[in-house]
Design a protein. Structure first.
Length: 72
């Protein structure tokens, strides 16, 4: 299955938002699941593994920030 260029654009937009929100603390982002395999449907979610350094403000605030970035 070929990947849709719109998917790549959405992933790039999401990555830019994460970088904007977390800056240098964002060490790694791994996309996995159907989105990464190019098998996503319109209803598919994004499965992300984030490595963030120095949770200075507490983990709950960071989780809320991730949720905001993802549009939740």
């Amino acid at each position: 299955m070929k990947s849709d260029p719109r998917d790549q654009s959405n992933h790039n937009c999401l990555l830019k938002q994460l970088i904007s929100n977390f800056g240098q603390r964002l060490k790694s982002v791994v996309l996995f699941g159907s989105q990464a395999r190019g098998e996503a449907m319109d209803t598919s979610d994004h499965n992300l593994f984030l490595v963030i350094d120095s949770l200075l403000e507490g983990p709950i605030r960071y989780l809320k920030n991730v949720r905001l970035v993802l549009g939740g």
